[in-house]
Design a protein around this ligand. Structure first.
Ligand SMILES: Cc1cc2nc3c(=O)[nH]c(=O)nc-3n(C[C@H](O)[C@H](O)[C@H](O)COP(=O)(O)OP(=O)(O)OC[C@H]3O[C@@H](n4cnc5c(N)ncnc54)[C@H](O)[C@@H]3O)c2cc1C
Length: 457
């Protein structure tokens, strides 16, 4: 609980409008898209780095937990204030401060919504490659803290690949800045990768310089459908092995195809066991050649139909269908658990086969969705956590999926992060020495353990 003196000081730091502790507000900041709940004692809405620094300074002295929050779209419980305290809602710091096409970078505040940045950049002939399916809602700060990826990760990489510089407020309130607009910059430690993906446990990002990329001259999207899910997975492994680097290779199984079709009516083939959405971009001639080679690989691996989106609208429709898949599945049952185990792309066929066997054996309703080109699996488990018996089967199945990922040299999370949902599995993937070093870094930067405590390490 916050005492009145601390509340008064917080109000003085962020203004009366920037402080809220009404029960209905606390309730709405107690969740993310995961299903646990923990209410904070107060929510503050800073509007500047100075205000963030003042709030952290006060909280650190009082030993009160502070959990940063963007749009709350995390699906692993990362922004849930597990130990109550203060939620630092970053949504008012939402300005695009500078667009520098000549230096191929932007400078933004953390509350900028990813889609708003894309829209602004498109006007300059550029884009920002990290494209989580939540991009119309999620913030750059949340994307940075989760090292978010998306379908384009296959060719363009993920958030960490686009950070040129950050301004971060540490737990004590100290403000640090590193990196710059320079493409080459080795002045000092390379801090950015430490903060990227740290889920708000090491510092609060208050400004970011991000690399941006010119829009490609040409873009092609095709949909390949299969009567056998194994053929779908084999196509992915073979296309990547052949040296082609598509922008995206997204896989959906029959369950997901039908769920999306029920909701969106895009004319997806309901009878297909598997579907690949494949996109390539670049200069016109190269795109033509690559698409022809991909179509050949798809046919060799049993694709029964290959359909190209002919217009921009058709491309957008296909992507809208893909992006809606999680939301659509989430409406089918009280809970939809989306997992994120990731394997080297050559092991995708084994992973998909193995996951299917696990879910069938446990009698669960699961749709398989995957950023398959980079090995990132998103099984969507339709369930009701109130059904204790079914929930036990879900938990067993999830553990078995991670055990399978370990055997296939995979990893616990490709992009969704650890949060509350996956912390119990960390030791399956990180050894003791690595976990202890993680805790050492946390202690060095946040000695009073106020930043998003109870997470990650
Ligand atoms: C429908 C749907 C689809 C999704 N698709 C994808 C996908 O394709 N790829 C993907 O990677 N993820 C995806 N996600 C997960 C989620 O959208 C991402 O993790 C996103 O980056 C979270 O952004 P946010 O603004 O909602 O952050 P929040 O959920 O509010 O917070 C996430 C974490 O960031 C921390 N944080 C927030 N702002 C700051 C800051 N300024 N400084 C320090 N820490 C901060 C929080 O403390 C928390 O730990 C999806 C989620 C949904 C609901």
């Amino acid at each position: 609980m916050l005492d009145q003196d601390l509340k008064n000081k917080l109000v003085a730091a962020v203004g009366a409008d920037g402080f809220q502790d009404q029960p209905e507000v606390l309730y709405s900041f107690s969740y993310d898209a995961h299903f646990e709940e923990s209410r904070p004692d107060a929510v503050v809405f800073p509007e500047s780095t100075t205000e963030v620094s003042a709030v952290l300074g006060l909280a650190d002295q009082a030993g009160i937990p502070v959990t940063a929050r963007g749009s709350g779209t995390s699906i692993c419980g990362a922004p849930i204030p597990k130990q109550q305290g203060i939620v630092l809602a970053m949504t008012k710091m939402n300005r695009i401060l500078e667009v520098s096409p000549r230096d191929r970078c932007v400078r933004v505040q953390p509350g900028v919504v990813n889609q708003d940045l894309q829209t602004e950049l498109a006007g300059h002939g550029f884009f920002y490659p990290p494209d989580p399916a939540s991009l119309s809602v999620s913030t750059i700060g949340g994307n940075l803290a989760q090292n978010a990826g998306g379908p384009r990760g296959l060719k363009y990489g993920v958030t960490k690949d686009y950070i040129m510089g950050l301004e971060v407020v540490l737990a004590s309130g100290r403000i640090i800045r590193f990196g710059s607009k320079n493409v080459k910059d080795v002045t000092g430690y390379n801090f950015a990768p430490l903060f990227c993906g740290s889920e708000g446990t090491l510092g609060i990002v208050t400004e970011a310089i991000l690399r941006v990329v010119p829009l490609p001259e040409a873009r092609r999207t095709v949909m390949a459908t299969y009567q056998d899910l194994a053929d779908t997975a084999n196509t992915v492994a073979e296309v990547i092995a052949s040296g082609i680097v598509p922008v995206a290779m997204e896989l959906m199984d029959k369950f997901v195809i039908n769920a999306v079709e029920d909701a969106a009516g895009l004319g997806l083939p309901r009878q297909a066991e598997g579907l690949l959405l494949i996109e390539v971009d670049g200069v016109e001639e190269a795109v033509e050649k690559e698409m022809a080679r991909i179509a050949e690989k798809a046919r060799e691996n049993g694709a029964t139909n290959i359909k190209e989106a002919r217009t921009r609208e058709e491309q957008d429709d296909l992507w809208r269908g893909r992006r809606s898949a999680y939301g659509v599945m989430a409406r089918m049952a009280p809970n939809c658990i989306v997992e994120d185990a990731t394997v080297p792309v050559s092991r995708v066929p084994e992973m998909i086969e193995g996951m299917r066997e696990i879910f069938v054996r446990h009698g669960l309703r699961v749709g398989i969705l995957a950023h398959a080109g980079d090995g990132n699996m998103h099984p969507l488990i339709s369930t009701d956590v109130r059904d204790k018996e079914e929930w036990q089967r879900v938990e067993k199945a999830i553990r078995e999926v991670f055990e399978l990922a370990v055997r296939l040299e995979g990893t616990l999370s490709g992009e969704h992060g650890i949060g509350l949902a996956k912390s119990e599995f960390l030791s399956m993937f990180l050894d003791q020495a690595t976990l202890e070093t993680t805790r050492d870094i946390k202690r060095a930067l946040d000695p009073n353990n106020i930043l998003n405590p109870g997470k990650f390490c």
